[in-house]
Design a protein around this ligand. Structure first.
Ligand code: CUA
Length: 328
């Protein structure tokens, strides 16, 4: 068995650890939670200590007379102490958390901010950048606030069906995506890298596999990513057979491939499918093999998902995979 401290270190190292924040709201939330933990820790030690003291000091000993200890009724001092002290503690906690909440909620987007809309679906994330004309899925790309200045990303959160919750612990607290309303949040990561998160509100069978990746780029690299994503898919393809299969089936009813007649809005935009690291909201790595399995029978890879088995032959599956692989 692993010693506990090793398990702890592994936990503390984890990318979904709220105690190693790398973005502004998460940093502030961590500071508040440490304070709350410290206050609760002190209270626990005092209460448990007094209890232990009473248990040991006043336990029954041989030769003790069996009688009630002296009974004390009413003490203004004690009553006042245990009313006022907790009130003060709660007051401090209220003030600290309100300040943190206000700081986070009142942040106004600077002119350099990136704006994105995240729409929760059963069970994937649609990500839109209206100002850039980009639509993608499951992987939110944002710039880092590095040496080139502050460049936070402001998110509008919406839902296409049921309640979901966007949570990337190292970047910010969780915020729900509620049908028929719009919630707002922002992140300002300082360090490039890939940050992982989950849907944090139970939303149905595949809630556990509704994973988020936030890819934080240095600012110049982010600009390149935007340029690349703005391109439409080319009309010529070196996988014409797969293209024919894709367009002859109902794939086009749900998926968009910009620059083609596929304009479905129900499923993820596939224009740059190959630029993503995972398939099916993090359920599988984006490799030709898992893509093949996914298209052959999505219900096997992610039971209950809304993509049907298209009953393609093995050849057709290979052809469609070849076509999808041209969507870089
Ligand atoms: Cu979406 Cu849980």
């Amino acid at each position: 068995m692993k010693p506990l401290w090793l398990v702890y270190i592994k936990f503390a190292d984890g990318v979904t650890n709220i105690f190693s924040p790398l973005s502004q709201p998460a940093q502030e939330i961590k500071e508040s939670s440490i304070l709350v933990l410290a206050v609760c820790g002190v209270i626990f030690i005092v209460v448990a200590g007094l209890l232990l003291y009473a248990i040991v000091r006043f336990r029954h000993r041989a030769g003790d007379e069996v009688s009630e200890p002296p009974q004390v009724y009413g003490s203004n001092q004690i009553e006042l102490a245990w009313t006022i002290l907790p009130l003060l503690i709660v007051l401090v906690l209220i003030m600290v958390t309100s300040r943190t909440i206000a700081d986070i909620q009142n942040r106004k987007p600077p002119p350099t901010a990136v704006h994105a809309t995240v729409i929760g679906h059963q069970w994937w994330w649609e990500i839109r950048y209206p100002e850039f004309g980009i639509v993608t899925a499951n992987e939110l790309h944002v710039p880092a606030s590095d040496g080139h200045g502050s460049r936070p990303t402001f998110l509008k959160l919406q839902s296409a069906d049921v309640a979901h919750s966007f949570w990337v612990p190292q970047l910010a607290g969780k915020t729900d995506l509620i049908p028929n309303r719009e919630n707002l949040m922002w992140i300002e990561p300082t360090k490039p890298g890939v940050y992982r998160g989950n849907c944090a509100e139970y939303c149905g069978t595949q809630h556990a596999r509704m994973l988020i990746r936030v890819v934080v780029h240095p600012q110049d690299e982010f600009e390149r990513w935007v340029k690349q994503q703005q391109e439409s898919a080319s009309a010529d393809t070196n996988a014409p057979k797969g293209r024919t299969v894709f367009f002859a089936n109902s794939c086009v009813n749900c998926h968009t491939i910009r620059g083609t007649s596929a304009q479905g809005k129900f499923g993820p935009d596939l224009t740059h499918l190959m630029s993503r690291e995972t398939l099916a909201a993090g359920a599988a790595p984006n490799t030709p093999d898992s893509l093949r399995q996914w298209i052959r029978d999505p219900q096997k890879s992610k039971v209950g998902c809304l993509m049907p088995n298209m009953q393609l032959t093995d050849d057709q599956v290979d052809q469609v995979v070849a076509y999808l692989q041209t969507l870089k």
